[in-house]
Design a protein around this ligand. Structure first.
Ligand code: PMP
Length: 394
């Protein structure tokens, strides 16, 4: 029977990781994989997480199951981190999930349960796994144009035109901040316009918030999500702790639902818990508990925020330096958008052939759509990248 299975296409980014590993050049540069790296190329365990893990190790005396929702304290802490007090607490339901991916997956599952006729709209481009998850769940995918590769900015006229085509009850997946892969984001005024269009179209918003704290700050990055939550009676939020808490492999995420009122929120909660139950029963606990421990302890929380701020400002510094070096190396302002982008990624707008040349001639690895991970750079490699880009676009 297994011969009925077709070979799955290889994941582009995982393939790139392997190619990078196999490359014997010692001065190779990895701008592919989407994990934060410090100036020494390390993806550190954050200090507060390490301290929280110690605290857990010292005090935990059982590993029996917790709640089907995952630890309730984690759910409460994450709701607050994401939404602040934008929505009345009794309208919220949530489940802990294995990473942001688990939240996206169960969010799409839930969408299929409440509207099997929904089309799910995603930005073009978007994180590749969005499209593949939606298709796997069995809902049709539609794309709204998002990015102007020439200017490196959001193509806002196209966003508005395409979202104007959304049908009532369709789900529109929005990147809450730090758009992956482009790095280009809507301004708050543009968010207001998008909200007005989606309300007019009677769309159901679903926010993917995978990089809160990596753009302009924790509250600033949550601002669009909070605006949407205040504007709509119902929405879903799929959030990840992988990046902002650095707990990638421990798999900590959360799926939050906002319902119209408290009675519906209870029914929604039952359905979220049901989805956890059907999929893997109890979500993983370790990373979730570490995150909760940090958020519940004022000293650990303050230390986490401080380290996150250093991470964030380090990436902004690299952006400014890269924009400057590209300006110098190419003698144009073509790449100034790099400094305006936010988050870990920027789409440089290079052709696939140019990306190949960077890999083959310069040992610089980026995704074939020319997405770079800013955190893969350091002060010494920024000029190397700038000179190589200038060479391949000549
Ligand atoms: N959404 C987006 C847009 C992402 O970039 C990622 C991570 N690459 C995720 C969700 C999920 O991340 P994880 O499952 O590792 O938490």
């Amino acid at each position: 029977m297994l011969e009925a299975l077709k070979a799955q296409p290889q994941d582009k980014i995982l393939q790139l990781i392997q190619m990078f590993k196999d490359d014997p050049r010692t001065d190779k540069i990895d701008l592919g994989v989407g994990v934060y790296k410090d100036a020494t190329g390390l993806t550190p365990v954050m200090r507060a997480i390490k301290a929280a893990e110690k605290k857990i190790w010292e005090t935990q005396d059982t590993k029996t199951y917790t709640a089907l929702t995952g630890e309730p304290g984690y759910n409460m802490a994450m709701r607050k981190l994401i939404l602040g007090d934008a929505v009345a607490a009794d309208r919220l339901s949530s489940i802990a999930t294995p990473g942001g991916t688990g939240a996206v997956r169960l969010g799409v599952d839930l969408a299929k349960m409440f509207n099997p006729g929904a089309t799910v709209w995603v930005s073009r481009p978007t994180w590749g796994n969005h499209i593949s998850i939606i298709k796997f769940v069995g809902l049709p995918v539609a794309e709204y144009r998002y990015f102007n590769a020439e200017s490196g900015e959001v193509d806002f006229a196209a966003v508005k035109a395409d979202l104007g085509q959304v049908k009532p009850g369709d789900v529109v997946l929005l990147h809450g901040c730090c758009h992956n892969p482009t790095g280009a984001n809507l301004t708050l005024d543009q968010w207001q316009e998008v909200i007005a269009i989606l309300k007019d179209r009677q769309a159901f918003p679903m926010v993917d918030l995978a990089y809160q704290g990596f753009g302009d700050g924790l509250d600033q990055d949550a601002a669009p999500t909070r605006m949407i939550a205040q504007a709509f009676p119902e929405l879903l939020i799929a959030a990840s702790c992988s990046k902002n808490f650095g707990v990638y492999r421990d798999r900590a995420g959360v799926l939050v639902a906002v319902s119209a009122d408290a009675a519906q929120a209870e029914i929604t909660q039952g359905n979220l818990s049901f989805l956890n139950r059907q999929t893997y029963s109890f979500p993983p606990d370790h990373g979730i508990r570490a995150v909760m421990t940090v958020l519940d302890d004022p000293a650990l929380e303050a230390d986490w925020k401080e380290e996150l701020e250093v991470t964030r400002s380090g990436m902004l510094g690299l952006r400014a330096q890269l924009a400057e070096e590209l300006r110098r190396a190419t003698n144009t302002d073509r790449f100034d958008f790099v400094a305006r982008h936010r988050g870990m990624f920027s789409l440089l707008g290079l052709t696939e052939a140019q990306v190949m040349r960077l890999r083959e001639e310069f040992g610089i690895y980026m995704v074939s759509d020319s997405r770079i991970n800013i955190a893969g750079l350091n002060a010494a490699t920024v000029p190397v990248l700038a000179r190589a880009v200038a060479e391949v676009i000549r």
